[in-house]
Write a protein that binds this ligand. Sequence first.
Ligand SMILES: NC(=O)c1ccc[n+]([C@@H]2O[C@H](COP(=O)([O-])OP(=O)(O)OC[C@H]3O[C@@H](n4cnc5c(N)ncnc54)[C@H](O)[C@@H]3O)[C@@H](O)[C@H]2O)c1
Length: 253
Amino acid sequence: MSTSFEGKAIIVTGAASGMGQGVAELLAERGARVAIVDPAAEGLAETERRLREAGSEVIAEPISVADPEAVDRLIEQVRSAWGGIDGLVHCGAILRYAGSLETDLATWREVIDVNLTGTFVVGHAVATSMVADGRKGGIVNIASVAAVLGLPNLAAYSASKGGVAALSRSMAIELLPHGIRVNYICPGFVESGMTEDILEEEGARERMGQQTATGAICGPRDIAEACAFLLGEESAGYIVGNGLMVDSGVTIR
Ligand SMILES: NC(=O)c1ccc[n+]([C@@H]2O[C@H](COP(=O)([O-])OP(=O)(O)OC[C@H]3O[C@@H](n4cnc5c(N)ncnc54)[C@H](O)[C@@H]3O)[C@@H](O)[C@H]2O)c1
């Protein structure tokens, strides 16, 4: 049986596209009020339109997770509209292809700022609000198999995702006494905005499939189902600080 999120107030970042959009839609289908965040205003408006059409309560703000003042304003907006926050699924991130020898400092800082500092900023703000309001619930951060594999051409991205995994474990042990479970997901190759250019290349789908154990590439909905599972107290009440590989078996090959 799927967990119901009826009446829960959940923040979803990176919701203009891919996994974040899929997560927002799935949680709304299961009854959640969803606050969606993404600087990509056009995609965010499309997600908002879909959620409203499905009858959900929505707050949509085109902000960056790496902007602490904007994130604080969002938290206050959600608290005053819905009385508090029950959870977070943090998907927002950027990808820059460059190996460690080619990565310049500006690229390094850009990726670390959005992917790692952004995870801290939004996680810190959400957890602070949940603790202050005595709300129990879950936080799910999206890391990547790049957090555990030695993938070439992804120096800053891999470092940022390794940091997301470590931060998630650290927050998990600290927040558990407050009834907040933190977990993270390591997707493999997923069809989304981040990978659409690669998938347009001839034979790319077959090549990517061959690197998996299952032979199939996940879609955003597969990741959304895993997020809902980890977020749900009934489904994952005893799973804490865990990194779930949703990677078509890439990491067991
Ligand atoms: N697609 C994959 O193969 C893959 C694999 C492993 C991990 N991931 C991770 O999954 C997550 C979701 O990515 P996706 O694949 O759905 O890609 P996507 O590009 O479709 O979605 C990422 C979203 O994050 C948003 N974003 C960028 N900067 C942001 C910021 N500063 N604040 C808030 N949002 C911001 C983008 O606008 C975009 O809408 C990311 O954390 C990504 O690193 C993706």
